[in-house]
Structure formats: structure tokens, C-alpha cells
Design a protein around this ligand. Structure first.
Ligand SMILES: *Cc1c(COP(=O)(O)O)cnc(C)c1O
Length: 342
């Protein structure tokens, strides 16, 4: 597998911007190299462009070597960078499961790259064979999401492995909800697959959506490509400092996840008893997809009660479906009480 061959020519030839913090690494007593203001410490200094201190700590929690980690301004950043690195606008294409997270398609459109959708089956599972059949010589990336959004289920691991073994391009596996799943992360398989990119985020289980920090785990070759084209200081110092504090409280995250999973069971059981609910789909995430009699009407009814869920009625295979995030016990109770009145 030749990753360089997949790369756009302009990116392969690119001489990346070299910032002051790239040229001199290490400790010094006087910094006069970056036109910073000498006052207002610590915010006057540009942050580490490669965020090594943060990556060392993430490495311990995630069991992925620091060198195999890329950090972005949310997962949205590596999603966009992967398009920019590998997909020649109006020439290359990507293949994705449908339905899935909307950002892959938006990013494809922004980058003027053809987005090919392959419908999941009635159990929201995919077949590697079908995805491969949708590819051609210009397919650079296949997008997978497991547990998938908005369906909530984990994708079949055997099919993921099949795809990794047979597709000669990049396979992105978005694991934004992996902390809520029964199956473990594919990160243990990273060294086996030089074309695998795993996306994870601090926005969900870690409760840090506001600070915008996403991770990509991949081979050194792919990480080097992402680093080459990112904004030099893409992760600001407030985010870096905050996540270092958060990472010390990994036990807190475990407790949150446990509570959310317990509450998910309560929510599912209660939803199944409601007459307006036609089906509650199996979930491995911190949300449930629910088929109701009339999603638009139910959505509006809840809005009027000041309760916001996600109306997925117009999403393929999800008509009359609402996506409901598991909240606190009180929030879930409020939701259920209003739904019971219907
Ligand atoms: C929420 C979510 C993310 C997280 O995106 P961030 O930019 O990191 O907040 C990524 N992928 C999926 C599928 C999601 O649902």
C-alpha cells in the first residue's frame, strides 16, 4: 500500500509553512523569534504546534503512541484535511455508508469532491463487497462510522476488516461514540493497516464539546501528511491546558459513561411502553433512534414544551425517526412525561 501514491500532487510537492516554534525546539531563556509581545504571560506565547505534552497524556489513556496521534479543532478538522490531502477536486471521489454523519458529505461538497453513498441494509449494517463495488480507480477514501450516527449501532467488525484488507485507499473509521460501545476501538489494529484512520473526539463521552478537540489515530505516514497541511497553531493553549486537566480525570469519564448507559436502558424501556413509539433501534451510543407515528408532529410538540430532540425524518432509512440523546435522569424523565401525555 503506497500512501504517497494516493496523495494529491500539490500536497506531495508542498513545502509547508515553517513557524518559529518549528525551527527552534527546546528550552531557552529569551524568546525573540516570533514577534510575540513579551508581556501578558502565558497567553503571549504561541502554543506548541504539535501539542506533544497533550499527545503524551492522550497516549496513556488511549493506548496509542503519541507519534500516531493527530489533534484537530474537533473531528471536523481531520475530516476536512483528509479531503484536502487525498482528493483532487472534480476528479477523485469518496464512498460512504448511508445514512451516516452529515459532515463527510458537507466536507466533500466544500472540496468539490464526488460523494458516493451506499445504502445500509435494514439492520443498518454494510457489506464490504457493496462498498467496494461503488469504488473506482479514483476512489481515495471510504468513510465508516461505528457506532454510526444517527442509527446508533456498531458496524460489523468482520466487514470492516474485509474492507481494510481489500480497499487500496484510505479507510476512515469514525469512533466518536466508541466509549459507549460494547466493542472496543479498532486502535489496537492500527499497526496492521497503514491506510486506516480512526477518528475519536473529546466532544461526547469526555464532555468537552465546547473546547473543540478531535483526534485522528493513523500510521506515521498519514499523520505526517495531516501535520503538513494543518494550520500551524490549530490547537490553542486554552484547549491544550483544559484537556490536560480533563485527562487527569479519566475516572470521572468512566462514571459519566456508566450513568449514561444505565439511563439509556431506562429510557429505552420507557420509550418502548409508549403507544406513539413504533420502534426503538438497538444502540451502542449515547443516543437512541426512535421511530414514532409522526416525527414532525412529535418534534414540534416537544419544541413547544421546550424539549429539543433531533428530527431525522428526512434522513434516508430514518423516516419518522427522532434521535434522542441520553440526558440526566431528570431530563429524561421530563421528556418521557411529556411524551406520555400524547
Ligand atoms: C459528534 C460527532 C463527532 C464529533 O465532532 P467534533 O467536531 O469532534 O465535535 C464526530 N463524528 C461523529 C459521527 C459525531 O456524531
Amino acid at each position: 500500500m503506497d500512501i504517497q501514491k494516493l496523495l494529491r500532487e500539490n500536497i506531495r510537492q508542498l513545502h509547508p509553512y515553517s513557524c518559529a516554534r518549528d525551527e527552534f525546539k527546546g528550552e531557552a531563556s529569551v524568546y525573540l523569534d516570533a514577534n510575540e509581545n513579551p508581556y501578558n504571560a502565558p497567553y503571549n506565547r504561541y502554543p506548541d504546534p504539535l501539542q506533544w505534552e497533550v499527545k503524551e497524556q492522550i497516549s496513556k489513556v488511549k493506548n496509542v503512541p503519541a507519534e500516531n496521534i493527530f489533534l484537530g479543532n474537533g473531528s471536523d478538522e481531520p475530516i476536512d484535511l483528509l479531503f484536502r490531502a487525498f482528493c483532487e477536486p472534480r476528479l477523485d471521489n469518496v464512498v460512504a455508508i448511508e445514512p451516516t454523519y452529515g459532515m463527510y458529505k458537507v466536507s466533500a461538497a466544500i472540496n468539490d469532491v464526488e460523494y458516493r453513498k451506499v445504502l445500509l441494509d435494514e439492520n443498518f449494517q454494510f457489506s464490504a463487497e457493496k462498498l467496494l463495488a461503488a469504488t473506482n480507480l479514483y476512489t481515495k477514501i471510504i468513510w465508516l462510522c461505528s457506532p454510526n450516527n444517527p442509527t446508533g449501532n456498531s458496524l460489523d467488525r468482520n466487514e470492516i476488516v474485509k474492507l481494510l484488507n481489500s480497499f487500496e485507499g484510505i479507510v476512515v473509521l469514525d469512533e466518536a461514540y466508541i466509549d459507549f460501545a460494547t466493542d472496543g476501538s479498532f486502535s489496537e489494529q492500527l499497526s496492521k493497516y497503514p491506510n486506516l484512520v480512526i477518528l475519536q473526539t473529546f466532544s461526547k463521552a469526555w464532555g468537552n464539546a465546547a473546547i473543540r478537540l478531535g483526534m485522528a489515530f493513523a500510521s506515521l505516514e498519514i499523520i505526517a501528511i495531516l501535520n503538513k497541511i494543518k494550520y500551524p497553531y490549530n490547537i490553542n493553549i486554552l484547549t491544550q491546558k483544559h484537556i490536560l486537566t480533563s485527562l487527569k480525570n479519566a475516572n470521572q469519564v468512566k462514571t459519566w459513561v456508566k450513568t449514561i448507559l444505565t439511563e439509556r436502558t431506562v429510557l429505552i424501556d420507557s420509550l418502548q411502553k409508549l403507544s406513539l413509539v413504533q420502534h426503538v433501534y438497538a444502540t451502542d451510543a449515547n443516543f437512541v433512534l426512535v421511530k414514532v407515528a409522526n416525527a414532525n408532529a412529535t418534534y414540534q410538540y416537544l419544541v413547544d414544551k421546550s424539549i429539543i430532540v433531533r428530527n431525522r425524518n428526512t434522513v434516508t432509512l430514518c423516516n419518522d425517526c427522532l434521535r434522542i440523546t441520553v440526558g440526566t435522569p431528570e431530563e429524561n424523565k421530563t421528556l418521557l412525561e411529556e411524551l406520555k401525555k400524547l
